[in-house]
Write a new protein. Structure first.
Lengths: 481, 494
């Protein structure tokens, strides 16, 4: 009996979230429209409870559980805490937006929590099966979330695209996994790593498998040339869902990539490094150049996401602890900036009005100097201009790339980020240099404003004192590899 | 109690004052914002004074050093210190900030708090650039100052301000990003250090030195600005408000030149020696060709902007003569240009506030209506032309002397500035100030008020003092410059 419990204890946060989701599902079905806030409060409580459980049992060394399917290490614990943070921030930002659009129902919260559960499984997976399970739980929840606004044809179209391409990517990933299984005879990451380190003469199926896995991962990350779904989904989905998709899942995707490539296929770094180089360069190029042509802010940020994922890949392709640590720092910082900038669209939106055109930000400095200042910080951070934290994220991945001798790649990366700076500057220009054409008061509720202030200032404070977050990343990677 | 952290105060007092100004909020409290800004700028200047009084001119070592771990993950330190090269620049910057705040007192009526705060924060960041001894810390200040400057040009600038702001920002960002890659490369070459003084002793191969030379040259050359990457400057100057032009000309250009002395020469001595001809050529083109371009301008601000480029050409020319005379001449020229260009832009500001035109043809006969102003303007125009007894003469003369020792023709081309500078400045002066009044609006112009006399008077004293007795300035620099050149003379090839 006690052995049984020790097996399950590391997965306690996941079990707690699952139990609470079931509870919310039942409770929400039983209450009428005036009491929808119950689901909201319960969801936040769920996230808080899970955070408490994760923090209480914070691991200092990797612990395998559930027969090797599940791993509880510092990396997974740190990432989970950031997942909780970003999911709860999404809920606060989205509440008013959802209410004004008739989406403020249990469905959203249940799907969001299922997605969270999927992400938690992803970051804690030590086995191809659990990785896939977590990924599918996340993806299916996201498909449904995008389609949640039933009367919107754009949203439905976006959900359809997302589903079809997502399913294709999952298929590729599975195919690649099966190849690796064929070569190594195992689905557990540790066994695969061991097996490959000992050497194998099945080079062709192995490389074949790696290609499919990398392609599948690139789909999920939205790296060029597997990026087609990103702008359409970001643009078409209701902004609250875009906010969700653009933040926490990126953290989970990072874990997913690092688990597979960094832990499972570590010894094959020479095989996958060049693939990632191509993906990274293309993503930075296409993402940054295409973003310039956008007039819709959500679409622009979608292309910017593509370029940021390219940057994040730079850290991973270094294939060193230093590189993974810098990629982790990058993805956490990116999630923070992404939350802030999509959150700002939500704050400026109101019933019957989406503030998702670039022109909706015109003259924001006259309407609300404070929100304009926060957005300014976020945009300069995205552009990688110090003292905003985005600069240190870029610095970290660039030094990881230079360390392995790819100076040309660092030069290419900074040149693309120069192109990127243009469209972030354009947002600042709209807010500060132009006069507003929409002068209606901003109707954001106080709690969302407070969180937004914290979000924006975090970008500045972490920029002045980046050490704590960097130390966390270095420690998490160091203790888990 | 603050004796150990003077440099931190010099950096953070203006920044915090800027935040305090922002906190005064909307334009209803504009008066408070102005006074808080003035107090902050004065305080920023006062805390910088101990840098002069406590400065030891007998050593080339860094003084007022502060060092604390900042980002141990990458071995980055909060490391500050000044030598004879950077100390005068910090003082110049703190001084100019006070003038800029006063200059914007009545002119700026829109978003006063944001305007004043942007200048104060930028002033603190620029002090940081001059005081930083850690590469990344330097970079953070170097890049961070672009943000307030971008807003200053874009929000309070002229009709074409958006174009100018973008051009300025992207140009400078291009250079600095390549510099960042070079810094990361240096980090690994020096065995994991971002310390600038460690880089001064790091051995580097010729190829690496050459590549990094061009990366740094682009970063600092854009800021200086050197021909042919100078085209952002006239645009930014013309569109910026008066205060923005003053800071651009007097301070931010110096950041670029300072980078040559702190980074390019001591870190890449072999590439610098090898490629000196390249920089010298660009500098001479700037001096001669841009001087001619200035002659053709019809917009006063543009004229002074081109004249700035020509004067900065002298600075880089002096640096690459590799002699104490040349480097010190360049430094004196930097500080002198800080005073003179600031004064000239303020003079143009005085006229612009009254007539709302920068075109030379709109003026004429100003001396009839504004005699006091005409006298001040005369002095600064003469200083810009390099008249002996003004500060403009000292630096130019030293650089020309140094150039003569190296190559007669360098000196010959450089000396054309004495003719060209006089030609474009005095011709502009003649058309604006003398002659009969043709524009009826000039009749309505009033002479300078007490506030304007104060600013111009202080600058006039500086220009004359430096022109008549430059020794205190060169004394401060001398030991540091000699030490720098000793570094440059040492090959760092492995």
């Amino acid at each position: 009996m006690s052995d049984f419990l020790t097996q399950f204890a590391p997965a306690l946060p996941e079990i707690f979230v699952l139990a609470m989701v079931s509870l919310i599902l039942v409770v929400d079905a039983a209450v009428d429209d005036s009491k929808r806030y119950i689901a909201y409060v319960l969801s936040l409580a769920t996230v808080a409870g899970a955070a408490f459980l994760t923090a209480r049992d914070f691991s200092t060394m990797p612990v395998l559980a559930l027969g090797g399917l599940f791993i509880d290490d510092p990396l997974s614990d740190v990432l989970k805490l950031f997942l909780y943070l970003s999911v709860s921030v999404v809920m606060v930002y989205s509440r008013d937006y959802l209410r004004q659009r008739g989406l403020y129902k249990g469905d959203f919260f249940v799907l969001a929590l299922f997605a969270l559960l999927g992400m938690m499984v992803m970051v804690s997976a030590s086995h191809f099966l659990t990785l896939y399970l977590g990924l599918e739980l996340l993806s299916l929840s996201l498909y449904a979330m995008v389609a949640l606004q039933r009367d919107s044809s754009v949203a439905t179209e976006a959900a359809m695209k997302y589903f079809v391409l997502g399913a294709l990517a999952s298929g590729m990933l599975l195919y690649g996994m099966s190849m690796i299984y064929g070569v190594t005879g195992s689905l557990a990451l540790a066994d695969i790593a061991q097996n490959l380190a000992d050497g194998t003469d099945l080079r062709i199926p192995l490389v074949f498998g790696i290609v499919f896995i990398v392609a599948g991962l690139a789909f999920k990350l939205g790296a060029v040339p597997f990026h087609m779904w990103v702008p359409d989904v970001y643009h078409g989905a209701p902004t609250a869902m875009t906010l969700f998709i653009g933040s926490a899942p990126k953290i989970a995707a990072f874990a997913f990539v690092v688990r597979i490539l960094g832990q499972g296929l570590e010894s094959q770094v020479v095989e996958w490094r060049d693939m990632l180089v191509i993906l990274a360069v293309l993503s930075m190029a296409v993402g940054n150049i295409a973003a310039i042509a956008q007039t819709n802010l959500k679409r622009m940020l979608a292309y910017s996401t593509i370029s940021h994922m390219g940057f994040m890949l730079l850290g991973i392709l270094a294939g060193s602890q230093n590189g993974y640590g810098s990629a982790m720092f990058y993805v956490l910082v990116y999630a923070l900036m992404s939350l802030g900038s999509f959150g700002m669209i939500l704050l400026l939106s109101r019933a019957g009005f989406e503030a998702d055109q670039l022109d909706d930000f015109k003259g924001l400095n006259r309407r609300s100097p404070w929100l304009a200042f926060l957005m300014l910080l976020l945009m300069f951070s995205m552009a990688g201009v110090p003292p905003a934290v985005g600069f240190y994220a870029k610095l970290a991945v660039l030094q990881a790339v230079v360390e392995i001798g790819y100076v040309w790649l660092a030069v290419a990366a900074v040149l693309f980020s120069l192109i990127g700076a243009f469209y972030y500057l354009r947002i600042v220009k709209l807010m500060y240099f132009d006069t507003p054409h929409d002068t209606s008061p901003i109707a954001a509720c106080p709690d969302a404003r407070i969180i937004m202030s914290a979000n924006g200032l975090a970008v500045l404070v972490l920029g002045i004192l980046p050490q704590p977050l960097m130390a966390v990343c270095v420690h998490a990677i160091g203790a888990s590899f | 109690m603050f004796g150990q952290s003077i440099l931190s105060l010099v950096i953070w007092v203006p920044i915090l004052a800027g935040v305090a100004v922002l906190a005064t909020g909307s334009d209803r409290n504009a008066a408070i914002a102005r006074w808080v800004a003035l107090a902050g700028a004065l305080l920023g200047f006062i805390v910088a004074i101990p840098l002069v009084t406590g400065f030891d001119t007998s050593t080339s070592a860094m003084q007022f050093v502060e060092k604390a771990a900042w980002i141990p993950a990458f071995n980055i330190h909060y490391h500050l210190g000044v030598d004879g090269i950077s100390m005068p620049l910090i003082l110049l910057n703190s001084f100019i900030t006070v003038l800029v705040v006063i200059a914007g007192w009545q002119v700026i009526q829109d978003k006063v708090a944001q305007y004043m705060a942007a200048f104060l924060i930028m002033s603190g960041l620029i002090n940081g650039v001059f005081a930083a001894l850690d590469g990344i810390l330097f970079y953070v200040f170097f890049e961070g100052m672009l943000i307030p400057l971008y807003l200053i040009v874009g929000v309070w600038g002229g009709p074409n301000r958006v174009y100018a702001a973008f051009k300025f920002f992207l140009y400078t960002l291009l250079g600095s990003l390549l510099m960042l890659v070079s810094m990361i490369y240096l980090y690994f070459q020096s065995g994991g250090s971002f310390d600038i003084q460690t880089w001064h002793t790091t051995t580097l191969g010729m190829t690496a030195q050459t590549l990094m030379f061009f990366a740094f040259l682009l970063a600092f050359g854009v800021k200086v600005p050197m021909w042919p990457v100078h085209t952002w400057l006239p645009d930014a100057h013309v569109e910026a408000p008066t205060g923005g032009s003053v800071v651009l000309a007097a301070i931010t250009l110096k950041v670029g030149a300072y980078g040559f002395l702190r980074f390019i020469l001591p870190i890449l001595p072999d590439a610098s020696a090898e490629l000196a001809w390249f920089v010298i050529t660009l500098s001479l083109i700037a001096v001669a060709y841009i001087g001619l371009v200035a002659l053709a301008q019809s917009d006063m601000k543009k004229l002074i902007a081109y004249s700035s480029i020509a004067h900065m050409g002298f600075v880089t020319l002096g640096f690459f003569m590799f002699s104490p005379l040349g480097v010190e001449g360049g430094l004196v020229q930097m500080i002198s240009h800080g005073f003179v260009s600031a004064a000239l832009f303020l003079c143009i500001g005085v006229m612009y506030d009254r007539l709302h035109s920068r075109q030379i043809k709109d003026y004429g006969g100003l001396v009839n209506r504004m005699p006091v102003f005409a006298a001040f303007f005369m002095l600064f125009a003469m200083a810009n032309a390099g008249l002996p007894a003004t500060s403009g003469f000292v630096g130019e003369f030293m650089v020309i002397l140094a150039a003569t020792k190296v190559n007669f023709w360098f000196a010959f081309v450089a000396a054309t500035t004495l003719i060209l500078g006089a030609a474009y400045t005095l011709w502009m002066y003649k058309r604006v100030v003398f002659g009969s009044i043709t524009n009826p609006h000039v009749e309505e112009m009033t002479d300078v008020n007490a506030r304007e006399i104060l600013i111009l008077g202080v600058l006039a004293v500086c220009v004359l003092a430096m022109g008549l007795y430059p020794k205190p300035f060169t004394d401060v620099m001398h030991v540091s410059v000699v030490d720098l050149l000793a570094h440059v003379a040492q090959s760092k090839l492995p």
